[in-house]
Design a protein around this ligand. Structure first.
Ligand code: NDP
Length: 336
């Protein structure tokens, strides 16, 4: 690896187009090739995004000169095999969440990267948000005393342009749990510095999602420290707004409009002194992630969210699904 870090994009996806290509370039990298199963769509995507080459073949993408890293943003059932192929080709890997549809597959992908000695990251963007980083720091600084409870409001409206595999393809890992609840898990773990232990959940299929998929879910979660948390995720709530709260013995942190891809929102600390706004950094979430990834490739630190983080958020998602199905309390088993 020398000079510009070259990327291969596996998947001509919306998320690559909207956020990740820009984040690669903002950090001095360059996407050199994109892979799509559809040659015409791949070529159009390459042209639209100023990428020199497109291919329908993963092996060809991995053999493209100057590709040091791959970004995998295909549908979820494909991540595992694509990550393993990339690892075996010696490429560093940024993989979308959920890492896979089963824990065993997520472990296989992460283990392949470990065996190959390449960086593996999970694209959990929310831990890169200034608001969540400020909350984590406030908790570490003791500003709310001992955290006792958290509430995550992540019920949004899935725009018609995204109402495809997420709502009609269980085999691709559709449904609100693997799409959104896994992000809640990662953000809670990051902000609290704590691990989820068990969960109860109820899902809703209100008509947007089909074939047995959930388009909304609520959970209650216990954490290792004894903290309890609630989450609400949906594809169907047009006007709910998002938020993240942590309530401690000495104060509450209340963030609004922060479960989003943009560096926006507000954060206040409420305690016996009243209410005080906490300012936070407004860096683009994906730009921060790609900065950490490039640094990790140079041997400087860890990516923002590692493969282990991706395994842990998937384990949470699978526990939520099981809890909703059985109506029981399910332990979050990570296999780590
Ligand atoms: P898209 O639906 O845009 O892309 C997923 C796949 O669908 C692509 O690989 C592509 O296949 C295929 N596809 C794209 N456009 C078309 C089309 N017009 N007709 C037929 N097929 C098409 O997915 P997203 O970008 O929404 O999500 C991709 C991954 O990223 C998922 O794993 C998701 O969970 C994750 N994600 C993560 C986010 C984050 O912030 N971390 C945010 C959004 C998504 P092909 O490659 O063959 O062209």
């Amino acid at each position: 690896m020398s000079g510009t870090i070259g990327w291969g994009l596996v998947g001509a996806s919306n998320i690559a187009r909207q956020f990740v290509i820009n984040a690669i370039r903002q950090n001095g990298g360059e996407p050199r090739v994109v892979m799509s199963t559809d040659a015409a769509r791949g070529a159009a995507f390459a042209k639209e995004n100023g990428i020199a080459e497109s291919t329908t073949d993963l092996t060809a993408l991995l053999a493209t000169p100057g590709v040091d890293a791959v970004y995998i943003s295909t549908t979820n059932e494909l991540h595992r095999d694509q990550a393993i192929a990339a690892a075996r080709a010696g490429k560093h890997i940024l993989c979308e969440k959920p890492l896979a549809l089963t824990l065993a597959d997520a472990h296989a992908a992460v283990d392949a990267a470990k065996a190959a000695g390449v960086v593996f990251a999970t694209n959990h963007h929310l831990r890169n948000a200034g608001a969540h980083r400020a909350m984590r720091q406030a908790i570490l600084d003791g500003r709310i005393g001992r955290p006792l409870a958290a509430r995550v409001f992540h019920a949004v409206y899935l725009p018609p342009s995204l109402q495809g595999w997420r709502i009609n393809a269980p085999e691709a890992g559709g449904g609100v749990i693997l799409d959104i609840a896994v992000h809640d898990a990662d953000t809670l773990r990051f902000v609290l510095g704590d691990e989820p232990e068990s969960v109860v959940a109820m899902t809703q299929s209100s008509g947007m999602a089909s074939v047995g998929l959930a388009d909304a879910v609520m959970t209650t979660v216990t954490f290792r420290s004894g903290l309890i948390a609630q989450t609400h995720d949906a594809f169907t709530s047009k006007y709910a707004g998002t938020g993240f709260e942590v309530h401690g013995t000495e104060g509450s942190l209340i963030a609004r409009d922060v479960m989003t891809q943009q560096p926006i929102g507000s954060l206040v600390l409420r305690n016996e002194a009243g209410e005080q706004a906490i300012d936070f950094d407004r860096t683009d979430l994906y730009v921060r992630a790609l900065g950490a990834f490039h640094a990790a490739m140079r041997g400087e630190g860890q990516p923002a969210a590692t493969g282990e983080d991706g395994i842990r958020s998937l384990a949470f998602g699978l526990a939520v699904a099981e809890a909703a199905k059985t109506g029981g309390t399910v332990k979050v088993e990570t296999g780590l």
